[in-house]
Design a protein around this ligand. Structure first.
Ligand code: HEC
Length: 170
C-alpha cells in the first residue's frame, strides 16, 4: 500500500498544530507570570498608596478591582496641585512599548518618577501586563492646577511646617 502525499502533510499538520498548542500554552504561562509579577511590583513599590482611592486610609484593604483608578484628592506644593492619575485608563491607551517609555518620564511631586525610571524594562512590562489585565475602569483624575490657580477638590498641602513657639524654645 503506497502512502499518499496527504498522509504526510496531514501528519506534519498535526505535528505543527501540537507544537503550536505547546507554544501557545507556554505563552499563556509566560503572560500569567508577568501579570503576577506586575501585581507584586505594584504592591511592594507602593503605587497604590497614591493611585488607589482610600488605600492608605484602609491599610491596603482595597479590592484589586479598584486598584490604580486614580484619586481626586490633590497634592499641593510649590509645583501647583497634582493628582495621582488613573493608571488603568493610562495603560489602556498605550502600547507596551509606549508605556515603558511614558512611565519613565519626569513628573511633578509627589510622584516618585525617579524610582519608576530606575525599574528594568521587564519590570515595567510586567506592571503594564498587570494593569492591562485589570482593564480600563473609573474616570480620569482631575487636571493639574498651576501654582495660584483655583483648586476645586480637597487637597493635601506639602509644605514643611516649623512650629514657631517650640522652635524658639529650643
Ligand atoms: C506619593 C504618591 C505617588 C506614588 C507612591 C506613585 N505615584 Fe504615580 N503619580 C503621582 C502623581 C501625583 C502623579 C501626577 C504627576 C504629575 O501631574 O506630573 C502621578 C503620575 C503617574 C504617571 C503618569 C500617568 C499619566 O497618565 O499622566 C505614571 C505612569 C505613574 N504615576 C506611575 C506610578 C507607578 C508605576 C507607581 C508605583 C511604582 C507610582 N506611580 C507611585 C503620585 C504617586
Amino acid at each position: 500500500m503506497s502512502r499518499s502525499l496527504s498522509d504526510f502533510t496531514g501528519a506534519a499538520g498535526l505535528a505543527l498544530a501540537l507544537l503550536g498548542g505547546g507554544v501557545a500554552a507556554a505563552g499563556d504561562r509566560h503572560a500569567a507570570a508577568a501579570v503576577e509579577r506586575g501585581r507584586y511590583l505594584v504592591n511592594v513599590a507602593g503605587c497604590n498608596d497614591c493611585h488607589t482611592p482610600g488605600y492608605m486610609q484602609k491599610g491596603g484593604a482595597v479590592p484589586v478591582g479598584e486598584w490604580l483608578t486614580g484619586t481626586a484628592v490633590g497634592y499641593q506644593g510649590p509645583w501647583g496641585t497634582t493628582y495621582a492619575a488613573n493608571l488603568r485608563l493610562t495603560a489602556s491607551r498605550l502600547t507596551e512599548a509606549e508605556w515603558v517609555q511614558f512611565a519613565r518620564q519626569e513628573r511633578l511631586p509627589p510622584m516618585p518618577w525617579f524610582n519608576v525610571a530606575a525599574m528594568t524594562d521587564a519590570d515595567l512590562r510586567a506592571i503594564y501586563a498587570f494593569i492591562r489585565s485589570l482593564g480600563a475602569a473609573g474616570t480620569a483624575a482631575p487636571a493639574y492646577v498651576a501654582p495660584g490657580g483655583k483648586v476645586t477638590t480637597p487637597y493635601f498641602v506639602f509644605v514643611p511646617q516649623v512650629d514657631p513657639p517650640r522652635a524658639a524654645a529650643r
